[in-house]
Ligand binder design. Structure first.
Ligand code: SF4
Length: 337
């Protein structure tokens, strides 16, 4: 447990207010915020999950998914508990929808850095549950490991307020951000009360050039929720206008999960979504959770050749040198060294 950042005492009120994410929760004494892991204890806000890790693993970076950041390298991946959204289809609901007081690992930022060094991972991911809700721990780990030239990565729903984002941005190198769909209903109903507009504002903050955070996006295509292809087109146009056409996008196949009763995404829908992204002018388009479609390779926008060939999380060929296509010299968007 550690005293939280980004909260205030509200004069003449019985509650304190957290400003870490757009919920801006008003929290009475003895109560927790909407994420279940930030608690008002006698007028001070505490991060309950600081150093309480539900998972510590070494994953291929492709699993995050990040396809344009140090391809083919391992990444130390840590999670805690809690989330500021409550998606009915959450695949990690066992850790995200509650506070885990006694998780399998209790660590310090120094121990996390030592682990990364021992296992020679060039990067650390804050993942599995929403990193924003263990912000203080991710900030301390990132500051420490940044001094040792290690990259730090968020795998996030993106739902964070501007001030905390700007605070961590200097030591955060990359993020895979969920873009759940272009429909208020998805954030408000499927994800338990968020707002599309607040999310899009947050995404613009993530993409501010001064933040220098490399971004890839993931859009989970769920039948009946985020498979309206007109909305997909609207979303892609917004991404091109606000983040740029070179932003890699991963359309991900949905399989039934947790409380949501919807069928698996038809492959045809995923193919149509990728065609729309291509028509609109996005450069790097992938499909996840559907290896049968073979849409995991990076194609050079300059010469149309495969520059990175993937099978699942494995790299079969990497024709990028010094960030450029080996054949035509086109600069591929990403962090390659
Ligand atoms: S981080 Fe948690 S407590 Fe703070 S505003 Fe968001 S949901 Fe509420």
């Amino acid at each position: 447990m550690k005293e939280a950042l980004f909260w205030e005492k509200v004069p003449d009120k019985k509650y304190i207010q957290c400003h870490l994410c757009p919920w801006n929760c008003k929290i009475l004494n003895g109560k927790v915020g909407n994420c279940r892991v930030r608690k008002n204890i006698d007028g001070t806000l505490f991060s309950l999950n600081y150093g309480r890790n539900s998972s510590v693993n070494i994953d291929p970076i492709e699993k995050k998914p990040l396809y344009h950041v140090l391809p083919g390298t391992p990444i130390l991946s840590i999670g805690s508990s809690g989330c500021n959204l409550h998606c009915k289809n959450c695949q990690n609901w066992e850790i995200s929808q509650r506070f885990i007081e006694n998780p399998p690992y209790k660590t310090s930022p120094k121990e996390i850095l030592e682990l990364a060094k021992r296992y020679k991972t060039p990067s650390i991911a804050y993942t599995y549950n929403e990193p924003t809700v263990f912000y203080e721990f991710t900030l301390d780990c990132s500051r420490l490991s940044n001094k040792e030239n290690m990259l730090n990565v968020y795998v996030t729903n993106g739902y964070i307020s501007k001030e905390p984002l700007m605070e961590i941005a200097p030591v955060l190198d990359a993020a895979n951000i969920d873009i759940k769909g272009f429909d208020e209903k998805i954030y408000n109903v499927l994800c338990g009360g968020g707002h599309l507009e607040a999310y899009l504002e947050a995404l613009k903050n993530w993409a501010m050039p001064e933040n220098k955070i490399f971004i890839e996006l993931t859009n989970l295509v769920i039948p009946g929720w985020s498979d309206d292809l007109d909305k997909t087109r609207e979303m892609v146009r917004w991404i091109i206008d606000n983040l740029g056409p070179e932003t890699p996008i991963h359309f991900s196949r949905y399989f039934p999960m947790y409380q949501l009763d919807a069928p698996a995404t038809p492959l045809e829908t995923l193919k149509k979504a990728t065609s729309i992204a291509k028509e609109e002018g996005m450069y790097y388009i992938y499909v996840g959770n559907a290896p049968e479609l073979g849409m995991e390779n990076t194609i050079c926008p300059g010469c149309n050749e495969i520059v990175i060939e993937r099978r699942g999380y494995r790299i079969l060929k990497n024709n990028i040198r010094d960030g450029k296509c080996l054949k035509c010299g086109y600069k591929i968007h990403g962090i390659f060294s």
